[in-house]
Ligand binder design. Sequence first.
Ligand code: AOF
Ligand code: ZN
Length: 368
Amino acid sequence: MQLLNDEAYMRLALQMAQSALGQTGINPVVGCVLVKEGRIVGMGAHLKRGQGHAEVLALQMAGEEAKGSTAYVTLEPCSHYGKTPPCSDRLVEAGVTRVVVAGTDPNPQVAGSGIAKLRAHGVDVTVGLLEMEASAMNEAFNKYIVTRMPFVTLKTASTLDGRIASKTGDSKWITSEASRAYVHTLRHRHQGIMVGVDTVIADDPQLSARGDVPAVQPVRIVADSQLRIPLGARVLQEQDRQPTILLASAQAPAERRAALEARGIAVLTCGDGPQVDLTLAMRQLGEREIGSILLEGGGRLNGAMLERRLIDKLVLMFAPKIIGGGHLAPGSFNFAGFEKMADAIALDRVEVEQFGPDISITGYPIYT
Ligand code: AOF
Ligand code: ZN
């Protein structure tokens, strides 16, 4: 790569940000490159919530050389006192004369004021370089910071005829190893991983991120209105390493709740109906600072979440197989559905990728 122009430096900053995806919690991923007279003098990425912001780390590296440099930042430098002091002040103090920003920070505490502060101090600020790329990698942050509701990615792995198991319940494996490796990357990139209790009863999954390399483990979330989960289920083990949250109704038996809580498992009461109030559940998870969730089924929970418009993104993985099985073979989306094709939930910004023999379709539901 030839590091000669603004775009190339911003791409480098974006690459650094992208590589920290999954490790910043509810915070965005941010990269910063400082350039002076054609030389990179500092680089930084925000790596963990509560720790240094990208700009501060790059400034530390540059030391005296920051004076008179240009900063390339993938997100507007902050202007507020959060867990760390404002980056815009730090850039000004260090004598940075030009700042190139990909996009503004949607955080209501920032929202343009970081840029305004820089300009007020005579810094030359350019906004909008590679904005789409920068914003896309923070799609979860962008939603959470304004709504306090988690960004939910629904992932399915089905046959071409949309089945997630055969008529006998066999589901190992539908998709290839390459697809499953990608799912572990998705798990690493979300703060929570969620399934329905029927999936736990049927498959006894571990719900951890297991790739070739160690990964950040998402909190495990199980929608279980009546607390039917078996105490021996694998998702309930190793709570010190990877905590589990159960979403239940107030109707769930009190003794079940007590037994689970005694094992250190958090049980959230989500309404008093026969089924978990999923909107309330998402709100409560948001309050617990879970800003992104990977939903992995089964069909009924997928359908219910989609019906309630709680899904932000879909990653649908299809193995090139047909299993059939009529009503007996479960599908990826089990809900009442619509009468007219015109009312179907359509996907926007559709992208197709291949993992080994499998096809993945990514898109964003349009709720009308
Ligand atoms: C930046 N550079 O590298 C990041 C920013 O709690 P704090 O102090 O970490 O602040 C978090 C907020 O700061 C976050 O919501 C977002 O608005 C901004 N993140 N800003 O200038 C960075 N990570
Ligand atoms: Zn900052």
